[in-house]
Design a protein around this ligand. Structure first.
Ligand SMILES: [Zn+2]
Ligand SMILES: [Zn+2]
Length: 360
């Protein structure tokens, strides 16, 4: 375990002053003045715009390239992403790509093994920005919009994050409330919501898809992070535009991307094939079984059938990639049927596991 002795005083001052002013200012306004519903609405709208720009924009579009977006959408994410005061797209993405590449190691920028509070905010207090080399975001540096956002980031952040809410709220005579509530308080809520992904989602929750990393699915943080709480899934399948993979999972970022695609403003949405999901859950459970030394004949038989079925789907997928236009539909149906068969076998296997006392 390594702990940096470097102190980023600019970040320390900013991330302590903003919440203090936000909370004290809001209490003062409530006691000695008033905050109109228009200002609260403005704060809510800017919170959603900034939040989605980080999750659907910075994270899923730029850092992971899970889909492609039209230029106006990219511009919106670059502007409102800056309003979140979480760095430029290039800064955010270089750290995040390192987080995925080096998860739980000393090279992970928000390494959870250095403690909950380090992963939450401590890493920002000790962040030496001069050490970023940006070599892992060369693809993003090729985008002129992102180069421009990086160059003028500070100006964009203050304009979109603090000046804009102040000016808009001034239209109904609440410039100060706009600055405090729609500016500072909104920022505080957004920051700590985002930070929960690095702290809470690496500490509490289930590890359905992989037990090898600390990332966990946590529905509670999905509510405060626009759907980013399904973090075990995300670490296992970072190219997927969804984090909450089930239809009932709360994932507004996924819904936004889907809506953008329907409006022809986004395309090439990547979805992990269903059989990969089942395979990941199976392998994670099988690993647990072998560690516990359980090898009952029925379980072994089902495991062999599952492995055979996975091999069959892989074979079909390879054939699908080589298929002629006429054969495509036929292979799609075959893959669908084989995936249903796999799901059936997997459910049988899970039923058997539930009967094993050592695992229940
Ligand atoms: Zn993570
Ligand atoms: Zn990610």
């Amino acid at each position: 375990m390594t702990t940096s002795t470097y102190r980023n005083w600019q970040n320390i001052l900013f991330f302590i002053t903003v919440p203090l002013l936000a909370i004290a200012g809001t209490i003062w306004l409530c006691l000695f003045s008033s905050i109109s519903w228009q200002t609260w609405t403005l704060a809510g709208v800017l919170l959603v715009c900034g939040g989605l720009s980080i999750t659907a924009g910075y994270h899923r579009l730029f850092a992971h390239r899970t889909y492609q977006a039209a230029w106006p959408v990219q511009l919106f994410f670059a502007l409102f992403g800056a309003s979140a005061f979480e760095g430029s797209v290039l800064e955010w993405s270089t750290d995040h790509r390192n987080h995925h590449r080096y998860t739980d190691t000393p090279r992970d920028p928000y390494n959870i093994n250095q403690g909950f509070w380090y992963a939450h905010i401590g890493w920002i207090f000790t962040l030496d920005e001069s050490k970023r080399d940006f070599t892992n975001v060369a693809d993003l540096q090729a985008n002129p919009l992102l180069r421009m956002q990086h160059r003028y980031y500070t100006g964009f952040a203050f304009t979109m994050g603090l000046i804009l809410p102040t000016v808009i709220a001034a239209c109904w005579g609440e410039a100060l409330a706009g600055f405090i509530v729609a500016g500072l308080l909104r920022l505080t809520i957004l920051h700590h919501g985002t930070f929960c992904i690095n702290s809470l989602c690496h500490t509490m929750g289930s590890r359905r898809y992989s037990k090898t990393s600390s990332a966990r699915d946590n529905w509670l943080s999905a509510f405060v992070t626009f759907g980013e709480g399904y973090h075990n899934y995300h670490h296992q399948f970072p190219r997927d535009y969804r984090n909450g993979v089930r239809f009932y999972h709360f994932d507004p970022s996924k819904w936004t991307i889907y809506l953008l695609a329907r409006l022809k403003l986004a395309s090439h949405l990547y979805r992990t094939p269903d059989y990969h999901l089942i395979q990941a859950r199976f392998e994670s459970g099988a690993h647990q079984l072998s560690a516990a030394g359980i090898n009952s004949p029925i379980i072994v038989q089902l495991q062999e059938a599952i492995q055979e079925c996975i091999a069959k789907i892989k074979h079909l997928e390879a054939a699908y990639a080589e298929a002629t236009l006429k054969e495509l539909k036929e292979y799609q149906v075959k893959i669908k049927l084989a995936t249903l068969e796999l799901l059936h076998l997997f459910r049988q296997w899970k039923k058997q596991l539930a009967r094993v006392p050592a695992l229940s």
